[in-house]
Each structure stands twice: as C-alpha cells, then as structure tokens.
Design a protein around this ligand. Structure first.
Ligand code: KG4
Ligand code: ZN
Length: 339
C-alpha cells in the first residue's frame, strides 16, 4: 500500500510516502522561529505549519517520485498535540483526500512513535516499548498492535521536557534556531564527566513500581546551577559540560533501570525504544547493553525515525487502514489523547 503520511503535532512539519513499510521519502522541516522565546510558541507553530505544509507534502511526493494519483490513502496525526498545529495537518489531509478521492485515517501520535520501530525491524508481539518524548514518558506493554497497556509513566515532567528545561537552565539554547534541548545537552555532555555530580534517581528503590519522576532531578540541577552562579562569574561556565553529563546519566539510569525491571516483571523478552529522547546516544547504548545482558532482544529505530516524522504516522495509519478503518471529513484534532 502506498500511503501519504502527514505530521504537524508540534514544531516539525513532516510528510512521507510509505510503500508497505518502506519509506520512499520522509521530509522533516523543523521550525526555527521559537529559539528566541526559549520554547515552542503554539501560535507561531501553527502559522509556520500553514506556510510549510503544502511545500513539504509536495517535496515528499517529489522525493518519492510518486504522483498524488498513485497514493492509496492519507494518514494524518490528529491527536495529541498542539491543537492549532494539528488542525493545519488535518485540514491539509482532508483537502487532499477530498480532491483525490482517497481514504483518510487519523493517527494517534504516540501510536506513531511505537510504529517507528516496525519500519526497519520485523518485531513480533508481545513487546515492551519505552516511549520517551517531549510530552510523554511511558513504559508500555504492546500485547497486540493496537492494544497497549501502560505499565508505568512519569508522575511529573516527561524525559524530553527535563532535557529541554535543563538545557535552558544551563544557557545552552540558541538565540535563534531549532529548540532541541536534548541534543544540546548530549553534545555538551560529550566533554563532561558524568561522575562529577551525583543527581537523584527518583523511585529507584521502589522496585515493583515502573513509574518515573524527573522534577526532583531538575530541581537538583537548578540548585547546583544557583550555587555555582553564587560562587563567581566563570564557575558555572567551567562546569556546564560536567552538569550536562551528570544530568544525562541520571535520566538514562532511571529509564534503563525501570525498563530492565519491566522485562523481569512481565517476562516479555523484546524491548523497543521510541520518541525523540530515543535519539540520545547514551540511552541507546545503555538500554541495548542492559536488555541484551538479560538475554532479551532490543530494537531501536534510526535517530530520524525517533524524533517527530511522518513515516511513523503513515506506518501506524497503514495498520488501521488494513483493518478497514476509515475516518470521515468530520475528522477532528484533539490536544489530549490516550493510547
Ligand atoms: O518525539 P519528539 O520529537 O516530539 C514529541 O513528541 O515531544 O521528542 C522531542 C524531545 C525533545 O524534548 C528533545 O529535547 C528530545 O526529544 N531529544 C533528545 C535528543 N534529541 C531530541 N533528548 C535527548 N537526547 C537527544 N539526542
Ligand atoms: Zn513525538
């Protein structure tokens, strides 16, 4: 099946053509307008999507060397996300579906992240999925595709949100450009000592609980930053890399420990990783090693399929289309949604 996927739930405009599970194209345009504000501004995001959604779709078709008439269906993220941004993608998808008389399917963005694992790997159910993005941190049991049980989730900040807030605290966000705090932390951490500071790993002693919490960690970093600032003008600058490295290892440790525990508690022998934070090099290598040490299999998508992209939306959409599901032109956008 040739599917056009469209994703506009946050600050990436993306369109992809998926041929079976093979991406023929996967165009991702990250918005640069938010850097100066230190975070994504919803109104600016939706206006930028309006400008870019059609050119990005055209580019995806061009790169795939596919004409719109050859597309068999259109899949679009319609939940959860910034509602003004979602509406832009949903309306573009509806317009194309109506004009070309193709079926339309709305996709849950979180399910899209789970499906990013199935693009490059053949994975049998049941499997576990550690889904770590800017808005969500969940440990899921995928019994069947479409049947998801949440084993644990964050009680406060999402892992990506913690990366973004700490990047801001450390003054790493660029005055202009794409706001991707996690990537900035990971780059600075490469020059730092991960043992320089001991930051807290919440809920670590509650071994039968698979939830996460990152707000205490964030506060610990804030306190450290404040005491270094009080110590003199260059004290913080000298330790930024060490703080970044020590913070990163605390997040990774919390994520890996609970995932290992989930394998032990459920007996499920396959682990997958998904969401923007899954692009983190340290998380990828530590999770892989820890899961393989248990004798279980670990699958991790390529970094471009971890951060928001439309190929994963087309993949999830394809699954629902194959089950005969369709949405009408009354398809709506929702800021919140469960899996
Ligand atoms: O899945 P995603 O692209 O968007 C949401 O659905 O939220 O995830 C974005 C999040 C951001 O918080 C970003 O800082 C984080 O993923 N991220 C990373 C890395 N690349 C992106 N976090 C840690 N290390 C990275 N290399
Ligand atoms: Zn996402």
């Amino acid at each position: 099946m040739l599917i056009l996927g469209i994703e506009t739930s946050c600050d990436e405009t993306s369109a992809a053509v998926l041929d079976g599970m093979m991406p023929r194209s996967n165009v991702v345009l990250s918005q640069h307008e938010h850097g100066v504000y230190g975070g994504v501004v919803p109104e600016l995001a939706s206006r930028a999507h309006i400008r870019t959604v059609i050119p990005v779709i055209e580019q995806a078709l061009r790169e795939a060397e596919i004409h719109l008439r050859e597309i068999e269906a259109i899949a679009v993220t319609n939940r959860p996300g910034l509602v003004g941004s979602l509406i832009v993608g949903v309306n573009a998808a509806k317009g194309i579906a109506l004009a070309s008389d193709k079926p339309l399917i709305g996709v849950n963005h979180l399910e899209g992240h789970i499906f990013s694992n199935l693009i490059e790997h053949e994975i049998e159910v049941p499997f576990l999925c550690l889904l770590v993005s800017g808005g969500h941190t969940e440990l899921l049991l995928v019994r069947q595709l479409g049947e998801y049980e949440t084993l644990g989730r964050t009680l406060d900040d999402a892992a990506g949100e913690a990366f973004d807030k700490v990047a801001k605290l450390l003054g790493l966000l660029p005055a202009e450009g794409v706001v991707m705090g996690g990537r900035l932390i990971s780059d600075r951490a490469a020059d730092g000592d991960a043992l320089a500071f001991t930051f807290p790993r919440a809920l670590q002693r509650q071994e039968d609980r698979l939830d996460f919490s990152f707000s205490g960690l964030k506060t610990a970093v804030l306190n450290q930053v404040n005491s270094l600032k009080a110590a003199g003008s260059s004290a913080l600058a000298d330790r930024v890399a060490d703080i970044a490295a020590s913070f990163q290892v605390a997040v990774v440790d919390a994520l890996v420990t609970k995932t290992v525990r989930a394998v032990e508690l459920t007996g499920v022998r396959t682990v997958t990783l998904a969401g923007g934070v899954a692009a983190n090099r340290l998380l990828r290598s530590c999770l892989q090693e820890a899961v393989e040490n248990l004798g279980a299999a670990c699958y991790i998508p390529s970094p471009v399929l971890c951060t928001d992209n439309a190929a994963m939306i087309a993949a999830a959409g394809q699954h629902h289309l194959e089950l005969g599901e369709r949405d009408g032109y009354d398809l709506d956008a929702f800021p919140r949604a469960l899996l």
